[in-house]
Design a protein around this ligand. Structure first.
Ligand SMILES: Cc1cc2nc3c(=O)[nH]c(=O)nc-3n(C[C@H](O)[C@H](O)[C@H](O)COP(=O)(O)OP(=O)(O)OC[C@H]3O[C@@H](n4cnc5c(N)ncnc54)[C@H](O)[C@@H]3O)c2cc1C
Length: 418
């Protein structure tokens, strides 16, 4: 293999590039990224970056002096992949020919259809998004967060700690009900009320109202994370003034954060022959339907033997760890035995509390608190299926959680090789 192109210059793309060099690849390495920035870390963008505790320079993912001997092509968007000749087309008309391609284009924040919304309405995925939100939050005022995922919950927490008046609107029964399951999600969501955040669950959003305007400018209804088709060009109508809920209530807002999930950045692969299915459909080692092309990170739906499904896992640790296996598969032409799978892991920091989760809550038929207590906002819960652990949640129980996480990884690896 003489040229490898890594498309996506963020965590998964950087990790794949490092793995290529670590695994002995010494050929030409081209890293293409749509953003103009060198790889940076996203988790602080909803946390310490907004408060000013972490500065831009501290977000860098590359170590000081790290040199991958790569050609960096930044501010360049891939718009097509010719799989026959393995050539990646860029928006500016250039093309990168490569023997191997790593797809690492991640995901983009889902936005309100019909435009960016009035001023004061934000999504949060990129450094540029975070800069805009940080500047708005610094002005203070009333913040409404729409959508019950981690990014929304963290922004609500960060803004509350900064002293803003925060309302958190969630379409489902509670924030984080998807990843944690409803019972444990409810136990975690009391943190919001503890810190004076108004949590409104089970209600969608009908639209946004500009300051001083009367009708809702997004008329077709926004059902939290399920929102797909709000319309009604809202741009250019001044600053946001309120969020109108499905039940007609109007929540005054100076700033709105729309945290309604992320969509895999795979448009550029349409028609290429790379199989897509809510992300790039991959084997258990990141191999795609096209030889010589692997996919990693948030854009990749790897096969998960435990649930016999293809799952897109949007967590930092997977984007950092899994590229090593994909690169091994790429360099060996798919003959390297896949590494035993590690259960997906994520953390979230809210109100100074560290929330950690490993495994898959959707597979569980029971969940038990085994240490501490939700009443103390510090506990460990184990999720089981037919008596066997399939997931663990730790809320401010980092030491014990780390032990249980290792045990779960060992039992999953044993199951995979049995
Ligand atoms: C605000 C925020 C907070 C988070 N907090 C946590 C946390 O606390 N814990 C946790 O576990 N995870 C967290 N995550 C998730 C974690 O950051 C992601 O899982 C991780 O960034 C995924 O890395 P990636 O490289 O796959 O994708 P991305 O980071 O999305 O990077 C993909 C890159 O590819 C580029 N790209 C897209 N399309 C193209 C194209 N066509 N051509 C060229 N380049 C392209 C994009 O511009 C981007 O730079 C958070 C994410 C966000 C946004």
């Amino acid at each position: 293999m003489r040229t490898v192109a890594v498309i996506g210059a963020s965590l998964a793309g950087l990790s794949a590039s490092r793995s290529l060099r670590e695994q002995g690849y010494d050929g030409r390495l081209v890293i293409v990224g749509a953003e103009t920035h060198r790889p940076y870390d996203r988790p602080p963008l909803s946390k310490e970056f907004l408060t000013g505790k972490v500065a831009e320079a501290e977000l860098a993912l590359e170590a000081d002096g790290e040199d991958l001997a790569a050609e960096w092509v930044l501010g360049a968007c891939a718009v097509g992949l010719e799989t026959g000749e393995r050539s990646v087309r860029l928006a500016d008309g250039r093309a990168v020919r490569a023997d191997g391609v790593v797809i690492a284009t991640g995901a983009a924040a889902r936005t309100l259809p019909g435009g960016d919304g009035p001023a004061g309405v934000h999504v949060l995925r990129t450094l540029d998004d975070a800069r805009g939100l940080r500047d708005d939050l610094a002005r203070g005022g009333r913040l409404v967060v729409i959508g019950g995922g981690f990014v929304g919950a963290e922004v609500a927490s960060t803004a509350a700690v900064m002293g803003l008046d925060v309302t958190f609107v969630v379409a489902g029964p509670t924030p984080l009900a998807g990843p944690l399951g409803p019972d444990m999600a409810a136990a975690v969501s009391v943190l919001h009320a503890d810190h004076g955040v108004r949590l409104l669950c089970g209600t969608g959003v009908r639209g946004l109202v500009g300051k001083g305007a009367s009708p809702a400018v997004l008329p077709s209804g926004l059902r939290g994370a399920e929102a797909t088709e709000v319309s009604g060009g809202a741009a250019g109508r001044g600053r946001v003034g309120a969020v109108v809920l499905d039940d007609g209530r109007s929540i005054p807002a100076d700033i709105v954060v729309v945290g309604i999930g992320a969509v895999a950045c795979t448009d550029w692969l349409e028609g290429s022959g790379v199989a897509l299915d809510n992300g790039v459909r991959c084997g258990a080692d990141g191999t795609t339907s096209v030889p010589g092309v692997v996919a990693v990170g948030d854009c990749a739906a790897w096969y998960d033997a435990a649930s016999a499904t293809h799952r897109r896992v949007e967590h930092w640790t997977g984007a950092n760890e899994r590229p090593a296996a994909a690169v091994a598969a790429l360099l060996s032409g798919g003959t390297a035995p896949p590494a035993p799978p590690r259960p997906p892991y994520f953390w979230s920091d809210q109100y100074g509390v560290r929330i950690q989760f490993v495994g898959n809550a959707a597979r569980a038929d029971s969940v038990t608190v085994e240490d501490g207590s939700p009443a103390d906002r510090s506990f460990l819960a184990v999720y089981r299926r037919a008596g066997e652990p399939v997931a663990v949640l730790g809320v401010d129980r980092t030491k014990l959680f780390t032990r249980r996480r290792k045990q779960l990884a060992t039992s999953v690896a044993r199951g995979a090789t049995a």
